[in-house]
Design a protein around this ligand. Structure first.
Ligand code: AMP
Ligand code: MG
Length: 396
């Protein structure tokens, strides 16, 4: 059985990186940059005024103030102004280019305007209220690194740099194959012993939030032959195959045998985590395979912990693993040492309130949680008030 960290390391190290594609900026949120974005022009590209006011040359304010200067011309956003007439001020608006010859802007609140004359009391410092060409980014500077998972602010920067398209990693195609005679579509007629198939919709949503495209394969029952056929079909065209269920050691757990029979190579099939434990990882050619346990809490959490980082790594993401935080435990939390524990919790400020019901069958407590509290494998747990590591579910 592999420790959590080692299993994650092996999964990430094997990640094949997707080819790249050009997309419109508006479709870029959450995608991973496959290029470095360079500022091909300085940002901003010209000196402009940060205020509504008057542009002037400081040398025209000789001697002691106040000074009265004629107002000549106007600079407004989106137009090129004429050069500043010596000895005058130019009316200027926010975002408008600084006229040639001006070296400061006085904001209009500090100017008394009388007809065509502007009266000033104080001499502004050089460059007052001027945003200089290249202040934000110099020409040639690196704006966004390759491997950046794009957020709204980075898309804004790319647009400011005149980019309408970006090169990003192609979305990995993920096929989800659920196994089990007892499964039926949610909302369909119940038969004795049947249960709604609930992992597919959850896993598909996790796939999408990790940048992948999800497809649900037709469910398969618990025969070896049927499972093999379903696996062969689901591997086709997939960058990642998720099998769900049938991966533990019961007589009807056929997925590992079926994977081996169709020629998939399995690297490991057990990890020292709770919930989870049975988790198979392997490959078939370039397609990666994760064999998830069927139990919904285990399936969804093991995919969140291993599958989502894998999908991100397959897109070249520089930070494929969610950052961890810390919180104080609200109540004692104990475990039998041996497996890394991931406990459902609600984070409230810096307090972690772990769910009463940590049973791997309790999907309600998972739906209620907004974080996981992590207890290292060697630990027997922590006391109330002690500091523990956390992962926010929103950051997965
Ligand atoms: P298994 O790993 O196939 O032994 O399944 C473990 C438990 O999870 C059993 O109670 C299954 O009925 C249940 N289970 C397996 N797959 C799913 C699924 N896709 N949706 C909901 N429950 C499932
Ligand atoms: Mg099963």
């Amino acid at each position: 059985m592999l420790p959590f960290e080692e299993a994650l390391r092996q999964i990430l190290q094997a990640a094949p990186v997707m080819s790249s594609e050009r997309i419109a900026l508006g479709l870029g949120a959450g995608r991973v940059l496959a290029e470095e974005v360079i500022a091909h022009t300085p940002l901003p590209t010209f000196d402009y005024s940060a205020m509504d006011g008057y542009a002037l040359a400081r040398q025209s304010l000789a001697g002691a103030g106040p000074w009265a200067l004629p107002v000549r011309g106007e600079s407004r956003a989106g137009a090129q102004p004429t050069p500043l007439e010596p000895g005058s001020v130019c009316r200027i608006f926010t975002g408008a280019p600084i006229p040639e010859g001006a070296d400061a802007v006085v904001m209009q609140e500090d100017v008394a305007r009388r007809g065509e004359t502007a009266e000033l009391r104080e001499r502004p410092p050089v460059g007052a209220h001027i945003r200089r060409r290249g202040d934000d980014l110099a020409e040639g500077a690196s704006a966004l690194a390759r491997g950046t998972r794009l957020n709204a602010f980075q898309l804004g920067l790319a647009a400011a740099l005149d980019r309408s398209e970006l090169l990003v990693a192609r979305r990995p195609r993920v096929t989800i194959l659920c196994t089990g005679e007892e499964l039926r579509a949610p909302g369909s007629t119940a038969t004795p012993g049947s249960i709604p198939e609930s992992n597919g919709p959850s896993l598909a949503a996790l796939v999408v939030s990790a940048g992948g495209v999800a497809a649900l394969a037709p469910r398969t029952g618990d025969t070896l032959e049927g499972t093999e056929r379903a696996i062969v079909a689901a591997l086709r065209g997939s960058d990642l195959l998720l099998t769900v269920g049938g991966v533990s050691v019961g007589e009807h757990d056929l997925v590992r045998a079926a994977l081996a029979n169709v020629g998939a190579e399995l690297e490991f099939w057990k990890v020292q985590i709770k919930p989870g434990k049975p988790l198979a990882f392997g490959r078939f050619g370039e397609t990666r395979i994760l064999g998830l346990p069927g139990n919904p809490v285990s399936a969804q959490l093991t995919f969140a912990l291993f599958g989502m980082p894998l999908l991100r790594a397959m897109q070249g993401d520089r930070h494929p693993v969610p950052t961890r935080g810390r919180a104080r435990l609200h109540a004692d939390l104990s475990q039998k040492p041996g497996r890394t524990g991931f406990y459902r919790a609600v984070l409230d400020g810096d307090l972690a309130i772990t769910a009463q019901n940590q049973a791997s069958g309790s999907t309600a407590s998972l739906a209620d949680a907004n974080a996981l509290v992590i207890v290292p494998a060697h630990s027997a747990g922590f006391k109330a008030g002690e500091s523990v590591e956390t992962i926010r579910l929103a950051e997965l």
